[in-house]
Every structure is written in structure tokens, then in C-alpha cells.
Design a protein around this ligand. Structure first.
Ligand SMILES: Nc1ncnc2c1ncn2[C@@H]1O[C@H](COP(=O)(O)OP(=O)(O)OP(=O)(O)O)[C@@H](O)[C@H]1O
Ligand SMILES: [Mg+2]
Length: 264
């Protein structure tokens, strides 16, 4: 990625620790994220992925460590501060109302208003036009803006949430397991959407359990293992097998193999 040679990191997480009582979820994790890259965060259940991105997006305050956003130390009081700064998170379980239209969902919490005399109304025309345009940019042709979100496929719903975050000015887009509940075709759509977002110079942090999904779009890969990272690998510097081994905690598999007396 030549973007990395021309840009500074947009966000730098330095030696982040997060403790929950006696549980050490993060034990000093450092990751830089650059505009225009898809940075994959991999790791097994409980590795600390969600805790890490929640720290990045203002949900948790780190127990120790520093966060720099656009080169300045950042101390978000809550997620709203992070969203205002341009850090958006799309969760696997989306906050959307299935029975409401795509355009209503798209503008939920940011309703465009039209003034008619002393009254203000939801500006349907504007909302519908923008929703159709933004979805089109992501490669999805809605039947119409009134189509209920509940009638979209899982991948299309993820795309609505991603398109919405981009439209409202995300500089860092965090995706927590966006493909884990999807079939192959839907996954391909979401991965294509990630690629479109990255090309707009937005930094994408893509959390996944799936090495193939990561390798399909990732520029760099950070594997978390029990709250620690062994570092970050670039595309082409690591094989799928190595990535898979790191995720599984290579050593543990070797031990398991030994105790089972065979190959796992
Ligand atoms: N609010 C919390 N209170 C106490 N412990 C927590 C809390 N959140 C996370 N943990 C613990 O921190 C560790 C890391 O959890 P985290 O949810 O970040 O993992 P993850 O990598 O996202 O896992 P998964 O793949 O299952 O989503 C786990 O041991 C978890 O039990
Ligand atoms: Mg998680």
C-alpha cells in the first residue's frame, strides 16, 4: 500500500492494557492503523479483540497505555466523542429496526428535517435520494428506499450500516465480525464493500475469526492471543497456515497433538 508511505497513522494504540478486576483482557497491545488500509484483527474466542476495539472507540478507558488519534493524545469520555471524531463501529448484531425502511434506518438519529412554515418534518425526499445513491455506490441496487431493512439479506444489512457510517464521515471504520454469520455470497459482498471503503482512504479495522476472509481483503494482520500480540504482518509476508497457527496459539495445538498422540 503506497498510502502507508505517504500517510501518518490515523490512530496509534500504544501498549494498551485493559483489566476487568483480576481478568487481564489486554496485556500491552500496540497497533497502528493507517488511512486507506484494511487492518485485520484476528484471534480466537476471548483473545481480546472486542475489548481492543471498544478501547479504540471510547467504550472502555484503557487501564494503561496511550491512544493517539491524528497524532494527538486522545482521551474519549464516551463513544459519542469517538463517533464525533470519526471513529465508527459496525457490530455484527446491527442496531437497526427491521420493519422500518432502509432510508429511515440510514438516517436514524440523524434525521434530515424539512421546514414547512413553523413545523419540521422528516425530509423523505432527501433521505430517500441519499440512501439510494449511497447504497448504489456500494454496489447494491435497492428495490426502493422504502424497502424494509428486514427484507434485506444479512450482507446487505451490513452494507447499509457501513454505507451509513461512511456517509456520516467515518475516518476509521471498525467492523466487529461482519462476516461471521454470513454465507459465501453474502460474505463476498461485504468484503467487496470493505474494499470500496478502503479505497476512499478510510481506515478499516476488520475483526474476524476467519483467516480466509482476512486474507481476501487485508493489507495487514494483527493476531491477538490471550490479550497479547506477536506483532503485525503485511500482506504477502505471512502464509494462511502461519496465520491460522498464530490464531490457534501454535504451541497449544502442538501440545494437544502430543497428548492425543496424533494430528489435530
Ligand atoms: N466487561 C467484561 N468484564 C469482565 N471480563 C471481560 C469483559 N469483557 C471481556 N472480558 C474478558 O476479557 C477477555 C477478552 O474478551 P473479548 O470479548 O475482548 O474477546 P474476543 O477476542 O472479542 O472474543 P470473541 O471472539 O469470543 O468475540 C475474555 O476473557 C473475556 O471474558
Ligand atoms: Mg468479540
Amino acid at each position: 500500500m503506497n498510502s502507508r508511505t505517504t500517510h501518518e497513522p490515523i490512530i496509534r494504540m500504544v501498549k494498551i492494557e485493559k483489566h476487568f478486576g483480576s481478568v487481564i483482557a489486554l496485556a500491552g497491545v500496540s497497533v497502528d492503523v493507517y488511512p486507506g488500509e484494511c487492518h485485520c484483527l484476528l484471534g480466537d474466542n476471548g483473545a481480546g479483540k472486542s475489548t481492543f476495539i471498544k478501547t479504540m472507540s471510547g467504550v472502555y478507558k484503557p487501564t494503561a497505555g496511550e491512544i493517539y488519534f491524528e497524532d494527538k493524545p486522545m482521551h474519549f469520555e464516551d463513544p459519542r466523542d469517538a463517533i464525533a471524531a470519526g471513529i465508527a463501529t459496525v457490530h455484527q448484531h446491527l442496531a437497526m429496526i427491521p420493519l422500518m425502511s432502509v432510508s429511515r434506518n440510514f438516517f436514524m438519529g440523524n434525521e434530515p428535517l424539512k421546514k414547512v412554515g413553523p413545523m419540521k418534518f422528516f425530509d423523505h425526499e432527501f433521505a430517500n435520494r441519499v440512501t439510494m445513491e449511497e447504497m448504489q455506490k456500494m454496489g447494491i441496487n435497492l428495490r426502493g428506499p422504502d424497502q424494509a431493512v428486514g427484507t434485506l439479506s444479512g450482507g446487505e444489512r451490513q452494507t447499509v450500516a457501513i454505507a451509513r457510517a461512511v456517509y456520516f464521515g467515518a475516518k476509521v471504520l471498525i467492523l466487529d465480525e461482519p462476516t461471521s454469520a454470513l454465507g459465501v455470497r453474502q460474505t463476498a459482498n461485504v468484503l467487496a464493500t470493505i474494499d470500496k471503503v478502503r479505497k476512499q482512504d478510510i481506515a478499516v479495522v476488520f475483526i474476524t475469526h476467519n483467516v480466509r476472509h482476512a486474507l481476501a481483503v487485508g493489507d495487514r494482520f494483527t493476531v491477538l492471543n490471550r490479550g497479547k500480540t506477536l506483532g503485525t504482518a503485511q500482506r504477502g509476508q505471512i502464509t494462511p497456515e502461519e496465520l491460522q497457527d498464530m490464531m490457534a496459539g501454535g504451541q497449544e495445538l502442538v501440545e494437544l497433538e502430543g497428548s492425543l498422540g496424533g494430528t489435530v
